[in-house]
Design a protein around this ligand. Sequence first.
Ligand SMILES: [Mn+2]
Length: 456
Amino acid sequence: MKTTIKLLAALLSLGSACHALDSVPKPEYHQRRVALAAKMHGGVAILFANDEPSLEYQDYRQDEDFYYLTGWNEPGAAMVVIPPADAQPETPGTALGGRAAQPYREILFLPSRNLRMEKYTGVKLDAATAGAAAETGFEEVLPLTELPAVLNRLAQSDRMRLRNAWVEKNSPKASALLNFTAATLGGPEIEPAGDVSQPIMQLRAIKSPAEIELIRNASDASIAAQIAGMHAIKPGVRERTVAGVELAKMMQEGCERASYPPIVGSGLNSTTLHYSENAHTMKAGETVVIDEAGEYSMYASDITRTMPVGGRFTPRQREIYDLVLGAQRAAAAAFVAGRSTINDPEHKRPNSLDQVAFDYVNAHGKDLHGQPLGQYMVHGLGHLVGIDVHDPWDYSKPLEKGMVFTIEPGIYLPEEGIGVRIEDVFYVDRDGKLVDLMEKLPHEAPEIEAIVQGKK
Ligand SMILES: [Mn+2]
């Protein structure tokens, strides 16, 4: 018995060495593939993993759609999902043969191991590895070299199924594969039936409870990082020092990397939306915008706070700060699941939260020329968050239960050298209620000041 336990423990530790990331429960990936199969109109979905970077010191991150469907984090793989098909009788008087009913199939194709490359990038699993199916959660695991053969056999049994192939748009590998398969069949070229990213986008937009937990972990780590960063803000400190303090903290808290290049912009730089040079030395009297967050087990968070470098906002900075916070709260209060839209900087869509934030700002403040401040809100109010920090979405559609998105109003006044942005990640729970995943990170100006002053 003891030996069994020891063996089990050894296996488990081996498992965790292979999988440095937390994961949603394995069966969930299978459920996602089955859900995708139902959207293929009887066709097949073919997806490729990202390749190993050509320079071995470059960071590897899996293709987002591929990761969503597999949880597989190694390079060079491919997957095929084949929906079930009913039996079809022969059509008399035509060349169309009959077909037996075909079951649902899902196959993960793994590249052959490259022992030379593994010296640089570590040991990989391949289809010949014992227990590959159990390890990957796929019903079938085959060598990548089998991929054309599997498609060829599929087309032989039913030509129409491959005429209904869904692949990623602009994928050279998918085009090459379909062309090669057409050539081996001696038939005309196979045009993809659709962009497989579209149905996957629909699935990815609605998060499962396990995905929410990962985003919550990313958010909690990022909150800790933001507080550490706020403590490091002082006149005479360089912006990138603060960026680095936050990076260290988020990684200490379990993040594998930043979700996006950190933005620490002080003074005039606070009015540059994606300023990431982070080279300026902060001065007393400036505001500093910090837009920095980490990703936890492939799920992103995204936070922005704005601080006074000297620990106290000037009256004008405070006025703008309170306006931005008011706009965020007005938008959150106006949210209705299934009706509200977001990311509408031109204000063209009905029920847009952007419009609510814009109206709030316009109604409450003026620039140096007595004009309303809405014109200084130059970007969309928010975006979906998930495996991508900007998860793909059709923003003409309303936000639904299970979605995760940011509300991030900003006012940027280059003339006054004041930029303020406040960004939280929200989750729409099963009752349609908006839950702020950044609730624990202070929002009110006096609390922000107290943190910068080291009093909190
Ligand atoms: Mn954002």
